[in-house]
Design a protein around this ligand. Structure first.
Ligand code: ZN
Length: 504
């Protein structure tokens, strides 16, 4: 079992952590050094039973919960203290934000003119609103209609840039406490919009924070810095939230996720029950020619692909997925020297079910689907817990991730170009024919039907079917989508860009 080869575990040792008062006084982050199968079994048993409350931070274990210092000592396993005073770390982080990102955020929200530049953005952990405003102002970026609303009523913002025939979707912030993810997602966006060559090959769709409720909650002084899930309440318990990355409709509720509402990996009351997961699902299915997807997380430094739900066997596209992740990891190493592991998600990390990477690959048919675990790794310096890297890590993380994106997507483009579709469509094919899993985009192709307009189009399986001027009036065949191109007069070109998801 994978756990037996695990080397390090970092946990929050918490007598009071995650309590309602948000204080982490007396809490520590400790690291177990597991060197024998027997020790691994002891720790796995403690994690699985949940009674000790281990909150596992690194991606080397199979469950999550809470533990206190005395309980850790009861395990009888050796450990080292990474963060001797977690509250001091949180206080220092918030103090810095109070002088930087909060000032910027308050100015932005009050309507004052603010300078949103890379220099002013990437020196702190910025708010959802600031990151969104920054991306919206980048050259060549279009803010799309909100892809959905969260439990607390926040719009889930999405942006588009590039004109290439293949679509790539990437998102940050699915897990609230992983702050370097939205920051890195934004940094990468700022870099990619300047890359004319790549923008001819791909059209990118970016969602900087998929879980904006949770993100805001971790940033608020009255919130919980280490909250991971969304903020939807659960009936019959005070434990809040569903793990969005266990809520997707592929192998949902199977081993690798928890039925316990208080668990950090709670899979929710139904597949796609969360606003965030269902919104992302509808959004990505509405985009023709989606060949790539990246879900940015932290931490552990890994580049992972399907499958997460099983450690057995390899997916059909294993070789090209593996090559893509290797090229990305190599690019990171050449840029920063950081060593990212890569490979199948379960085999490389641990078992997860109902997650994005499996769903996008198996159910939606996005071949080049990846989960990226950003820095730091297990060797991060003592005193800088994994979810609290110093702000000086934002730019290096952004730089190495940009390098990974360039290496990966140029490789993917080469792969796609080398195997042209027999389709006569003016648009390249999606990759969905490579998977045997059912998907709405792999439905039996509909026959072209008459349409009556000129600024929107009907699309089936990524192919332009017909033109029309109004989605409400469009006459598209069954299983086609009506694509709104109202923000661009080049209607036909826009067919590969963005669909409303309205099935005609
Ligand atoms: Zn995560």
């Amino acid at each position: 079992m994978k756990l037996l080869s695990a080397i390090y575990f970092a946990v929050a040792a918490a007598t009071t952590a995650f309590a309602a008062d948000s204080r982490y006084s007396g809490d520590q982050v400790v690291r177990f050094n597991v060197t024998s199968p027997k020790d691994a079994d002891i720790l796995k048993d403690a994690i699985d039973k949940g009674g000790l409350g281990l909150d596992v931070w690194t991606h080397r274990a199979s469950a999550a919960g809470k533990i206190d210092v005395r309980a850790i000592k009861k395990l009888g396993l050796p450990y080292t203290v990474l963060v001797p005073d977690l509250q001091a770390l949180v206080d220092a982080e918030r103090d810095h934000m109070g002088k930087n990102s909060e000032v910027l955020h308050n100015s932005l929200m009050s309507g004052e003119p603010v300078q949103l530049t890379a220099a002013t953005i990437f020196n702190d952990w910025q708010s959802y609103e600031t990151l969104s405003a920054f991306i919206a102002g980048l050259p060549g970026v279009t803010q799309l209609p909100s892809i959905g609303k969260t439990y607390q009523g926040r719009d889930i913002n999405a942006f588009k840039f590039g004109t290439g025939p293949y679509a790539v979707v990437f998102n940050g912030g699915i897990h609230a406490r992983e702050w370097i993810s939205p920051a890195t997602t934004t940094y990468v966006t700022d870099q990619l919009v300047k890359n004319a060559d790549l923008l001819k090959k791909f059209t990118f769709y970016v969602i900087p924070v998929l879980n904006p409720d949770g993100y805001a909650y971790t940033r608020a002084a009255s919130g919980q810095r280490y909250h991971r899930k969304n903020l939807e309440p659960n009936a019959g318990t005070s434990c809040i939230g569903t793990d969005i990355n266990r809520n997707f409709d592929y192998m949902w509720s199977k081993p690798g996720a928890s039925s316990d509402q208080c668990s950090d990996t709670y899979y929710g009351k139904a597949a796609l029950s969360t606003a965030e997961a269902s919104s992302l699902s509808k959004f990505i299915k509405s985009i023709p020619n989606t060949v790539g997807y990246v879900d940015l997380h932290s931490y552990s430094e890994m580049f992972l692909f399907a499958n997460g739900y099983t450690c057995t066997g390899q997916v059909k596209d294993y070789d090209t997925l593996y090559k893509g992740s290797k090229l990305a990891a190599d690019a990171i190493k050449a840029t920063s020297g950081e060593i990212f592991k890569y490979g199948g998600s379960c085999a490389t990390s641990y078992k997860t079910s109902g997650d994005t990477v499996d769903y996008m690959y198996n159910a939606v048919g996005v071949t080049y689907s990846y989960t990226l675990e950003l820095r730091p790794n297990e060797n991060a310096a003592s005193g800088t817990a994994g979810f609290n890297p110093p702000v000086s890590e934002i730019i290096p993380s952004g730089q190495e991730t940009t390098a990974a994106f360039l290496a990966l997507w140029n490789y993917v483009y080469g792969q796609l170009s080398a195997t042209p579709s027999p389709s006569t469509s003016p648009l390249p094919p999606t990759s969905i024919s490579k998977t045997s899993a059912p998907t709405s985009k792999t439905a039996t192709p509909a026959t072209t039907s008459a349409a009556v307009c000129s600024h929107t189009v009907c699309v089936t399986g990524g192919k332009l079917v017909s033109s029309c001027s109004d989605c409400a009036k469009a006459v598209c065949a069954k299983d086609s989508y009506c694509c709104n191109t109202s923000w661009d007069s080049t209607c036909v070109r826009e067919v590969s860009q963005y669909c409303t998801g309205v099935a005609c």
